[in-house]
Design a protein around this ligand. Structure first.
Ligand code: MSP
Length: 680
């Protein structure tokens, strides 16, 4: 028996620094669809995913959360609604999951680092940058904000740190050749970006160790240094197979990878640094790196800090995992960015899944139930002519206008059209899948689904049912529809595995009628299949009502995120820009025609009075404020309100309520405090 062909596919390993969002799920769902497709085609597939758990960001987050870095990542990887949970929810069929904190990986990375060091491709040098003493942090020039420490805003000093470097420059020509003269990196548009922006300006050696934090793989021959996270992360694709460790023994079997699926912002690491390091290690290169686009929200990147992350749990719960999987891969071409919106999600589910696929399955199974008690009569299946025709078309990959051979009123012309489309489908689908063109592959399948729905209208089974002489024809029409459903379901399985199982059960398709081979055979479904109309696969969504509910949920989530958001720090210089002074209220009166505004005449210790308008009349009567000592910001740009100029702002303590200020108290100081004192 010949050995099965191998296919090794990976996703990026995820940073467990926050909860994952639907954008993260995009790449993993695509990888899963590809892995399932290859398994369907008969490949021996290895599908790897995992988590990238080291680095300063994680160390800092753990510190802020008051736990150890390992505890921090354990919770996000293994905990409730963590990374592993999410992949379970999304029905991800990975064969292996690597955590870069796994012992075998850590030990392997140490060996790999040492090997490149011994070869002379990693050498010790000096990392020149800037140092902030109070924060004990090294920064590069480009990380500084206005030339100052991005953390505390203080002055930084020139500094040098001992560090190891990888001779990336040595591999520049070979990497350029790989990118320009092979299909290593796709889509091709990303090649120019890499070559023009990074290689042509000159590849510098890469700093590959750090001493400013500890949370990483220690360089075992030089304590104090930890290995740069990207070396640690990229080699996961090999250590997870057993490279330089005994945990697994699949390296020979699966390496090199057939494809790494990754997001566009990490193409540089995968198409320049990764092949250069593999060249240094004298290892075969992966066959392909595919850099997909981003899922955007309102045209921008999804990000937790913006409070705009779309929660896959919420979406899966409302619409089902398969609808979500389908939407992600059908709505956007895989290589380019796509804008996520609730409207497009609901629209896609309603049109493709509820109207087209769902309807086809329910109408077909309902009619087999109604007209034939769930079992079609023997002999209604594909004729020898039809099988031959399908066979010929499946082999030829061509399209032929067969319907032209039949007279206008001969219903068999509908049959050959339908069969021709179905018979050629697996080939076109395969072509698209092999190019990772998921959207196109799905569109091909839905052409058949659409054609089958049209076939129902053309043949009007409800009219045939009324005519005793048309019973054979009716059974044949329904059989043809079941075959279309079956072939579509085989090809949709990688995208919607659970739904396709349900479809197979409803049309009574056995195991041999669910295979890749059977998708190219017309007439594979046996005529004595037990059909049963099951649950509605995709209930139609009331879009208007749903959008309203989602908007309300989003508002609530945003408010929660804002409440939890990390403070946005300003520097001491920013703070010093605002000038607060103490002021005595010399006079105060209501502004005519305004319900809110009070006009204050103030002594701010400036040798002349200052006029400030403040919208606090709902809370205070003007006469009660005269003589009080208050706080004013005096360097706000002047502005006019109700025709009067306001030169600053009075400071109040405010408690925000749902619809404005719940409480407001003008900040008043002890009257002993003189006018004109600065606050700070
Ligand atoms: N840890 C690195 C990868 C190391 S691989 C050796 C990393 N992790 S990540 O968690 O930040 O991102 C993981 C993947 O999710 C990346 O491929 C990234 O492009 C993808 N996405 C994150 N947000 C995304 C969208 N909004 N849309 C599509 N993909 C996005 O990078």
């Amino acid at each position: 028996m010949s050995e099965k062909k191998k296919f090794y596919i990976t996703t990026p390993i995820y940073y467990p620094s926050d909860k994952l969002h639907i954008g993260h799920a995009y790449c993993t769902v695509a990888t899963d669809a590809m892995a399932r497709y290859k398994r369907l085609c008969g490949y021996d597939v290895m599908f790897l995913t995992g988590t990238d758990e080291h680095g300063q960001k994680i160390e800092d987050k753990a510190k802020a959360a008051g736990v150890s870095p390992k505890e921090y990542v354990d919770n996000i990887v293994e905990g409730p609604q963590g990374v592993k949970d999410l992949w379970k929810l999304m029905n991800i069929s990975n064969d292996r999951f690597i955590r870069t904190t796994d012992d075998y990986h850590v030990a392997a990375i140490q060996k790999i680092f040492k090997k490149m060091y011994e070869k002379g491709d990693i050498y010790k040098g000096k990392y020149v940058g800037k140092y902030c003493k109070p924060c004990e942090s090294f920064w590069t020039e480009s990380q500084l904000v206005d030339g100052k420490c991005p953390d505390c805003g203080r002055e930084v000093q020139d500094a040098e740190e001992e560090a190891y470097f990888f001779r990336l420059s040595k591999y520049a020509d070979r990497v350029q050749d790989l990118l320009e003269n092979t299909d290593f990196l796709e889509p091709r548009s990303r090649v120019n970006e890499m070559v023009n922006n990074f290689i042509k300006p000159g590849l510098e050696d890469l700093c590959v160790s750090r001493t400013s934090f500890q949370w990483g793989v220690p360089v075992d021959f030089d304590p104090g240094h930890v290995v740069y996270v990207w070396i640690d992360a990229l080699f996961n694709y090999t250590t997870a197979l057993g490279f330089m460790n005994d945990k697994y023994d699949d390296f020979k079997k699966y390496w090199p990878a057939d494809v790494h699926f990754i997001g566009k912002e990490i193409v540089r690491f995968h198409s320049i640094i990764w092949p250069a390091m593999l060249m240094s290690m004298e290892m075969p290169l992966p066959k392909k790196v595919f850099g997909h686009g981003w899922l955007l929200l309102d045209g921008g990147k999804m990000s937790k800090s913006k409070g705009n992350v779309v929660d896959p749990y919420l979406l899966a719960q409302r619409y089902g995992v398969d609808s979500l999987r389908y939407f992600l891969l059908r709505e956007f071409p895989f290589g380019t960015d796509g804008n996520f919106s609730n409207e497009t999600l609901i629209g896609r589910i309603n049109t493709d899944l509820a109207n087209d696929l769902g309807n086809l399955v329910s109408r077909t199974t309902a009619m087999v139930g109604k007209y034939f008690g769930n079992n079609l009569p023997a002999g209604c299946g594909a004729t020898e002519d039809e099988k031959d025709l399908a066979n010929m078309l499946a082999q030829s990959r061509g399209s032929v206008d067969l319907a032209a051979n039949f007279p206008e009123d001969d219903p068999r012309k509908f049959d050959v059209e339908l069969i021709a489309l179905a018979a050629g489908l697996r080939n076109t689908y395969e072509d698209k899948m092999e190019q990772y063109a998921f959207q196109d592959a799905l569109m091909e399948v839905f052409k058949l689904i659409g054609r089958a729905n049209k076939y129902i209208d053309e043949n009007k089974p409800w009219a045939l049912a009324k005519d005793e002489a048309q019973q054979d024809r009716l059974a044949h029409v329904l059989y043809n529809l079941l075959e279309c459903v079956r072939i579509s379901a085989v090809l949709l399985t990688p995208f919607m595995p659970e739904t396709c199982e349900k479809i197979f059960a409803q049309i009574g398709a056995g195991d041999s009628q669910r295979t890749w081979e059977s998708a190219a055979v017309w007439g594979a479904l046996s005529t004595d299949a037990q059909v049963s109309k099951g649950e509605n696969l995709f209930p139609r969504i009331d879009a208007a009502k749903e959008l309203e509910e989602l908007a309300a949920l989003e508002e609530a989530a945003k408010a929660e995120a804002a409440a939890k958001a990390e403070p946005e720090y300003i520097t001491i210089d920013d703070f010093a820009k605002v000038k607060f002074v103490t002021a005595k209220v010399l006079a105060c009166e209501a502004v005519k025609k305004s319900k809110k505004l009070l006009r204050f005449t103030l002594d701010c210790g400036e040798g002349q009075t200052r006029q400030i308008l403040s919208g606090i009349h709902e809370y205070y009567e003007p006469e009660d404020l005269v003589g009080k000592t208050v706080v004013a910001c005096v360097n706000l740009a002047p502005r006019k309100m109700m025709g009067l100029e306001s030169n600053g702002m009075l400071i109040s303590a405010v408690k925000e309520g749902a619809e404005g200020h719940e409480e407001l108290h003008l900040l008043m100081l002890d009257d002993k405090v003189p006018a004109g004192c600065t606050l700070g």
